[in-house]
Design a protein around this ligand. Structure first.
Ligand code: SF4
Ligand code: SF4
Length: 220
């Protein structure tokens, strides 16, 4: 069954449980990082950080807001990275779940093309040229388990299940949240399997939060 996430950023507290669970399940090494003066650490996604809780402080309506954004691969319905790989077997989309998975064969691809194809700035490569990113915990999902990040989230910010159900959940929650936050939006809900709900414009959270954010394209 086709799967998806609904990520409700209005419920995220930046506890980073998801970030740690991702590292733990995928056996990813730690990185040497620097304190940036806020809760975000490390500074960006990397070959060994598939999930990153981004944090920004913004003055909105005259008040300080903390904006948290648990960033990851969107497992696009029609993945641009997969299209650029040109059926090379280095990247595949699982027929059952829809997960977009990178293999060790990615070291034979032109990394710049794959990285440049992703509208969300997700893939990263290691020193050998191999590309990596979130796998949707496809190994867990195939045996009926939730992704490690979702299992860990204590607030209900991360949800996972059949894509259709996640789309319904996202729409229901959006209708409620926009009563309090008129600028709330769902990010690219018709194009991705990982649907984010934000209380404010996407670019306030992260430059690449939404692929089709009008402000972002205008700026380019
Ligand atoms: S978000 Fe980027 S890396 Fe993930 S499937 Fe879409 S294009 Fe590929
Ligand atoms: S585990 Fe949930 S609440 Fe904690 S940072 Fe991740 S998404 Fe946010």
């Amino acid at each position: 069954m086709s799967k998806g996430f609904f990520i409700d950023t209005t419920r995220c507290t930046a506890c980073k449980g998801c970030q740690v669970a991702c590292k733990q399940w995928n056996d990813l090494p730690v990185e040497k990082t620097k304190n940036q003066g806020n809760l975000q650490n490390p500074s960006d996604l990397s070959y060994s950080t598939y999930k990153l809780v981004r944090m920004k402080e913004e003055i909105i309506g005259g008040k300080l807001k903390w904006l948290f954004f648990p960033d990851q691969c969107r497992h696009c319905l029609i993945p641009p990275c997969l299209l650029w790989a040109q059926n090379s077997d280095a990247i595949y989309q699982d027929e059952d779940t829809g997960a977009v998975v990178y293999t060790s064969e990615t070291r034979n691809l032109k990394a710049e093309d794959i990285i440049g194809a992703c509208p969300y700035d997700v893939p990263r490569r290691d020193s050998s040229g191999m590309l990596n990113k979130c796998t949707m915990c496809n190994d867990r999902v195939k045996i009926g388990m939730e992704p490690a990040c979702v299992k860990t989230c204590p607030t209900g910010a991360l949800n996972f299940g059949d894509l259709e159900h996640m789309q319904e959940l996202a729409n229901e929650r959006f209708e409620k949240v926009k009563l309090t936050y008129p600028d709330a939006r769902l990010l690219d809900p018709d194009d991705v399997r990982v649907i984010f709900l934000t209380a404010f414009a996407a670019d306030k959270y992260h430059k690449y939060a939404a692929a089709f954010d009008p402000k972002r394209w205008k700026a380019q």
